[in-house]
Every structure is written in C-alpha cells, then in structure tokens.
Design a protein around this ligand. Structure first.
Ligand code: NDP
Ligand code: 8X3
Length: 247
C-alpha cells in the first residue's frame, strides 16, 4: 500500500507512519517541520518519503502531490491526522486568531487534502480515507469551543464521505480518540510544558501507538468492510455529569 499521512512530524502521525512503514508499506510522511520528517526517513529508510507540507495552504498541498515520484502517486490510504487545539479560554475571551488557525487546519486543511487526493482513489476504485477527529467533537467541555466544533465537523464530514462513496471500493473512517498522551497536543494547546505534563498526571492515557494500531486495523480489514466510526478512550476516562450552575 501507499499511505499518505498528514502531521507525521510527531504524535499520532509519526506513530502511524512508523506502523505502516515497518510493516512493509510505502509511507509519504508530511508536515511543516521538515527536519522531523527527515529524521523519521533516516530512522525508517527508503519506505518513507518525507515531504514538507502545510495543510492550511492549498498551494503547499498541491505542490507536495505534484512532487510525488511516479511510483508513489497511487495513494491507497490517506490519514488525515494533522490538527491542533489552541487555548482553553472560554468563548468570550478566546483568541479569534487561534480560532481561525484551528478552523484552517482541522477543517479547511482536512477537506482540501481529501478533495485533492480522493478523485484518483475513486478513479481506481480503491482506497481508504481515515480521519482523526476527537471525543471533543462529541462531548462538550468548557474551553473546547472551536476545537470541539472543528472535530464535530470532521465526524460529520467523514459520515458524509461515506454517503458519497457508498457502492464504491473507497472507504471512509473516523477515529475519535479521547485523552492521549506522549504527543505534543497539550504542549501546543497550552504553550506551557509544565501545564501540559499536568494534563496527564495520575493517568494512563491512550498512546500514539494505540491510535496507530487502530488506523492499521481499519486499513487492513477486508476490502468489503468499512469502519465508519471508532471512539476510543483510556480506561481512566469516563463521562462527566451535565453541569448545573446554582445561584
Ligand atoms: P501533535 O501536536 O503531537 O501532532 C500534531 C501534528 O499535526 C504535528 O505533526 C503537526 O506537524 C501537524 N500539524 C499541525 N498544523 C499543521 C499544518 N498547518 N500543516 C501540516 N501539519 C500540521 O498532536 P497529536 O498527535 O496528539 O494529534 C494528532 C491529531 O489527533 C490532531 O488532529 C488532534 O486534534 C487529534 N487528537 C489528539 C488527541 C490527544 O489527546 N492527543 C485526542 C484526540 C484527537 P507540524 O507542526 O510539523 O506541521
Ligand atoms: C483531544 C482530546 O479531551 O483534550 O482531542 O479535547 S481533548
């Protein structure tokens, strides 16, 4: 298989790239930090092709795709993993610029990559699109405002892809992870490494490898099986009660 992974410079994306490449598949690893991608390519070898790509730029995505060597062009699996949360401030105090960046990355970026890769999958009548949303797309919590909404968008976009692709051999899946550690997610969100470490204190969160295993499972099931949606939480995580503010 040829696997195209967005956000492969750290966390889930790097683990997914490793999983597929170490199992003998060709992986196109993309992200903005080229030196991270080069280090991954050095670690893995010729199975992994590092390509600098910013999902918020249509030109960057198009030029990444145009640059693929002839024997890397037929993408079988697209993993739309690149994404981020920025901040935990309530909606009336949150940074509008951070909201714009989350929408540009998690929503606009994901649909642009998909739209540019999907037609060839449909033409070949073969392929799997795996989107990474979040439990934050289904369960509201204070400070999740636009991040959670952007992931609800990914959930629904994944279902609507299924609706359009039904009857073809192109599959569309959505993975919605809960608390996951060992990635840079909270460092990016909080811009404070000590505060980021505290998020996982006293927990055994999901790991990037847990998500890579899930993506691997989805992509290697028999061709007639489409996993629509997988929601995963660590056993230490559960559901909160609805909040009631009393006077
Ligand atoms: P990381 O911060 O470790 O990884 C995020 C990846 O996204 C990086 O490789 C980063 O690469 C990439 N990225 C961000 N912006 C862009 C951009 N503009 N263009 C290209 N790549 C970009 O976080 P995780 O691995 O934890 O997160 C991966 C995905 O999983 C995200 O979509 C996140 O929302 C989601 N998720 C995470 C959970 C968690 O608890 N960790 C739980 C549920 C979902 P670079 O900066 O080099 O471009
Ligand atoms: C990441 C999970 O709970 O931090 O998407 O929003 S959470």
């Amino acid at each position: 298989m040829i696997v195209f992974v967005t956000g492969a410079t750290s966390g889930f994306g790097a683990a997914i790239a490793r999983k597929f490449a170490l199992n003998g598949h060709k992986v196109i690893a993309t992200g903005r930090r080229k030196e991270r991608l080069d280090a991954l390519a050095h670690e893995i070898g010729g199975q992994l092709l590092p390509i600098e790509m910013d999902v918020t730029s249509k030109e960057s995505i198009q030029s990444a795709l145009d640059s693929l060597p002839a024997d890397w062009k037929e993408i079988d699996v697209l993993v739309n993993n690149a994404g981020l949360a920025l901040g935990v401030a309530p909606a009336h105090e949150a940074s509008l610029e951070q909201w714009e960046t989350m929408i540009a990355t998690n929503c606009q970026g994901l649909v642009t990559v998909t739209r540019l890769i999907l037609p060839d999958m449909v033409k070949r009548d073969r392929g799997t699109v795996i989107n990474i949303s979040s439990s934050a797309g289904a369960y509201a919590y204070p400070g999740a405002n636009v991040y959670g909404a952007s992931k609800a968008f990914v959930d629904q976009f994944s279902k609507n892809l299924r609706a359009d692709l039904a009857g073809t051999n192109v599959r569309a899946s959505n993975i919605a992870p809960g608390l996951a550690g060992g990635t840079e997610f909270s460092n990016v969100r909080l811009q404070d490494d000590a505060a980021a470490a505290k998020v996982y204190e006293g927990t055994t969160p999901l790991s990037a490898e847990d998500i890579a295993e899930t993506a691997w499972w989805i992509a290697t099931l028999p061709a007639h099986v489409n996993i629509n949606h997988v929601e995963i939480m660590p056993t230490c995580q559960g559901f909160g009660p609805l909040a009631i503010k009393r006077k």
